[in-house]
Ligand binder design. Structure first.
Ligand code: SF4
Length: 319
């Protein structure tokens, strides 16, 4: 066995090799002293071929690269769309559709003597003129309003038919009416007559015309509330006797008194009311129409509403 020069064993590997050599030598010397002359031969160990890295010859055809397999790329996983609850839009207070204007209720052709707010049964038509005559006499002697009774020429009871379908009710007599003893005979009266005859196609004698007050207020002033309270009972009895199918209130005093309201005529006109249960229309007083001709259009609309309910023919507009 070759000696291992200890001088050369300067690195850790050499020192280890020298140590093994000394062990082997010690072992052999121990065997020799025990009488051993030969060592058994160790069996052949199969050569272990280590796989050497394959070196392709230079002239060899380069191995065809396997076709690259285009692996289908996994479809990008679409991030799930999270349907976020949309914030509820702020509640918008929608203006309610304006309620369509309530058309005047179709008047179911109220009977001439149909039910009204009166508790008494209607008089026979033949008895009405006489009943009105009795009431007229009573009014003629009335002095409930001392000032009016003192200043009047006469009371102004009414004009027209005791069996009229339509009753016009105004405010109070003026100077002309006070002299004539008949309501609506002055300029305003002439306009009302035209509205009745030319507009509605009726005769003045076909309707009944009365006022809230039966006596003329001096200087054409408005009736005092006390005067209205004193006199309106006569009007109620006139309505009770005549029992008209329709009533047309002329002006704010008549409308305010019988409809018990302070609303302006602009708010009252154009729709139906009831007086003693009788279908009633309110419109401008003829005296107001004389001062405000522009309001005639609305007054004519009110009359047409009345005419439709009464079944009267509305004349076509002239071209
Ligand atoms: S206004 Fe009427 S209540 Fe007054 S005195 Fe004349 S009729 Fe009588």
């Amino acid at each position: 066995m070759a000696e291992i020069d200890a001088e050369t064993a300067t690195d850790p590997y050499a020192e280890e090799l020298a140590r093994l050599a000394r062990q082997a030598r010690g072992r052999l010397e121990s065997l020799a002293r025990a009488g051993a002359v030969a060592l058994p031969k160790s069996p052949e160990l199969p050569a272990v071929s280590r796989p050497s890295p394959a070196i392709a010859p230079h002239d060899a055809e380069p191995a065809a690269e396997p076709p690259s397999v285009e692996r289908p790329r996994p479809a990008p996983v679409a991030s799930p769309v999270v349907e976020r609850p949309r914030p509820a839009p702020p509640a918008v207070e929608r203006p309610r559709p304006a309620a369509p204007p309530t058309p005047p209720r179709p008047i179911a052709a109220p009977s001439l003597f149909g039910s009204t707010g009166f508790s008494t049964p209607p008089l026979d038509p033949a008895e009405r003129p006489a009943a009105l005559a009795v009431l007229r006499e009573e009014v003629a002697g009335c002095v409930r309003c001392p000032d009016l009774a003192a200043s009047r020429t006469q009371t102004v009871f009414a004009d027209g038919a005791a069996t009229a379908r339509l009753m016009f009710i105004g405010e109070a007599p003026g100077a002309d009416e006070d002299r004539a003893g008949v309501p609506f005979v002055g300029k305003a009266g002439q306009l009302l007559t035209d509205m009745i005859t030319k507009g509605m196609g009726l005769r003045r004698e076909d309707v009944f015309i009365a006022n809230i007050l039966k006596c003329r207020p001096p200087d054409n002033r408005d009736p005092m509330p006390a005067e209205v309270a004193n006199c309106v009972g006569y009007l109620d009895r006139q309505i009770e006797i005549v029992r008209p199918e329709f009533i047309c209130l002329l002006g704010k005093v008549a409308a305010g008194t019988l409809l018990n309201t302070a609303l302006s005529m602009g708010r009252l006109r154009g729709r139906w009311h009831r007086v003693h249960g009788i279908p009633t229309v309110a419109t401008y007083h003829p005296a107001y129409l004389l001062r405000t001709p522009a309001a005639k259009k609305e007054a004519w609309e009110d009359l047409q509403m009345l005419m439709r309910a009464m079944g009267l023919v509305i004349p076509r507009k002239k071209a």
